[in-house]
Write a protein that binds this ligand. Structure first.
Ligand code: ADP
Ligand code: AMP
Length: 215
């Protein structure tokens, strides 16, 4: 059973890498951002609450996140393992999740920290487009879909996320620095952290992650 966390600032390439990694290791890709966006779209009580924070580039409060993820990884389709993309994002979430794993006699296999300089991240984020149905990320200049506005994989609509405008992106970088980057030290101390240079080509980043996770 492989339990992997993808860590890194917004735009580091977590979503881009997640599908291939999940396929290769036969584990489930769980993106908390995707879960919240689906709830926003469906207008659920969770979605209505989460939207207030997401629109501003702020983190959704910890109490709305921890149980959601812990319930999700307990489902049958996670028996072989899971890849967490966008969780944990605060030390509270990491500690809560560690306590949950410990209670179940488990621990994380690896935390993959994808590092990219902010100067490179901003144009990535501003040009990002995503599929409304399957969440696959694209980029208007560097990785456009074959047919404009249409997802190569599922045919869904490719759109720009409301929180990918410059003002909100800059806010999210600050939130990452203040609230999420302390997790690098946190996981370094527990000996599960592996660092990857996310400024390289997508294929090179993928190979480096696989080298870290092993066969
Ligand atoms: P995250 O999930 O970490 O927020 P994404 O995977 O959505 O980041 O990637 C953000 C943007 O950067 C997308 O437009 C994606 O196409 C692009 N991107 C991802 N990885 C790379 C890379 N290695 N080189 C160049 N652009 C990339
Ligand atoms: P992402 O798709 O990972 O960029 O996440 C989009 C937004 O969802 C974030 O800016 C947060 O508002 C919210 N979000 C996603 N994951 C978390 C989390 N683990 N904790 C708090 N908020 C989250």
């Amino acid at each position: 059973m492989k339990s992997v966390v993808l860590l890194g600032p917004p735009g580091a390439g977590k979503g881009t890498q997640a599908t291939g990694i999940a396929e290769k290791y036969h584990i489930l890709h769980i993106s908390t951002g995707d879960i919240f966006r689906a709830n926003v779209k469906e207008g659920t009580p969770l979605g209505i609450k989460a939207k207030e924070y997401m629109d501003k580039g702020l983190l959704v409060p910890d109490e709305l996140v921890c149980d959601l993820v812990e319930d999700r990884v307990t489902k049958d389709d996670c028996k072989n393992g899971y890849l967490l993309d966008g969780f944990p994002r605060t030390v509270f979430q990491a500690e809560h999740f560690d306590a949950f794993l410990k209670k179940n006699g488990q621990s994380l296999s690896c935390v993959v920290d994808i590092e990219v300089d902010e100067k490179i991240l901003l144009p990535r984020m501003i040009g990002r487009r995503v599929c409304r149905s399957c969440g696959k990320p694209y980029h208007v200049d560097t990785m456009p879909p074959k047919k404009e506005g249409v997802c190569d994989v599922c045919g869904g609509e490719v759109y720009q996320r409301a929180d990918d405008c410059e003002e909100t992106v800059l806010n999210r970088f600050k939130v990452y620095k203040d609230q999420t980057s302390p997790l690098i030290e946190y996981y370094k101390k527990s000996g599960v952290l592996g660092e990857i240079n996310g400024a390289q080509d997508v294929d090179k980043v993928f190979n480096d992650i696989c080298a870290l996770l092993g066969e």
